[in-house]
Design a protein around this ligand. Sequence first.
Ligand SMILES: Nc1ncnc2c1ncn2[C@@H]1O[C@H](COP(=O)(O)OP(=O)(O)OP(=O)(O)O)[C@@H](O)[C@H]1O
Ligand SMILES: [Mg+2]
Length: 266
Amino acid sequence: MENEKVKRIKTYIKGLDENLQGGIPEGHIVLVCGSAGTMKSSVSFNILYNEVLNGKTAIYITLEQSCASLLKHMENMQFDLSKINIEVLSDISGTNGIAKKVKLSKTGTLIISDLGAIRKKMKNVKFGASGDWLGAIKNLVGKLKLESKCDLFALDSLAALYVLSDFEKPRAKIFHIFEFLRDLKLTSFILSEMPLDQSTYSKYEVEDFLADGILYLQLAKRYRKVTREISIVKMRATDCNTNIFSLVYKNKNFQAIYGGKTPLIE
Ligand SMILES: Nc1ncnc2c1ncn2[C@@H]1O[C@H](COP(=O)(O)OP(=O)(O)OP(=O)(O)O)[C@@H](O)[C@H]1O
Ligand SMILES: [Mg+2]
């Protein structure tokens, strides 16, 4: 009964939402895990894109790729970017201006920011552990949330943040990041690059149990054929099906198909 009251955000993956009681509970922090090229960015972007189409406002922070490279990829994936309001934050000193604009907008907005934009704020700081990257990201997200009522957030990726910041006490810092997002009540997607041996979903493992949900993307090799796969490792407050589905991207839509015990190979 309680679950009926839970508001859910769709994954916009046909076949997966049906196995997730309709979607991810609002306010959840979800790890999107997978090795390189498993479509972590595309799957997360797709959720934010569709939510923005429905009038929500979302923040996508890309630390791995520049905004231009991310948008180029999404255009190649045939996302119609002209359908949504996109604000590229090229310098985080401009956050106030964007927040105001977004607040006044009658439609939803996708706010995108990259490493370059954040670095500009951190004068004299080069790559490496010396800068408070986490602090800068927290400031940016906190300000946007408070001043423009954002609903969703994606951090692409945790691995990139670890490279930038030298976390002295990583577990405590990670706990702090999750608490920060929980307090802001943002439905969050934290992209986590997994090692190729796929022994853990995240670097320090605490991420796994701190997260409310884990979406796992993988490339499965069978007879020299590689298939994309997706599964829900966990989703709190949700009766979910943890089967491994084939992940197909066709006609501008993601689809999760269950092929039974024998996986689908096109
Ligand atoms: N139009 C398209 N249709 C289907 N797949 C595509 C299309 N364009 C690109 N791809 C594939 O998408 C994959 C990359 O997707 P994405 O960047 O979302 O993955 P990722 O897991 O975020 O990768 P990375 O590890 O580089 O961050 C590439 O392997 C590419 O072949
Ligand atoms: Mg990516």
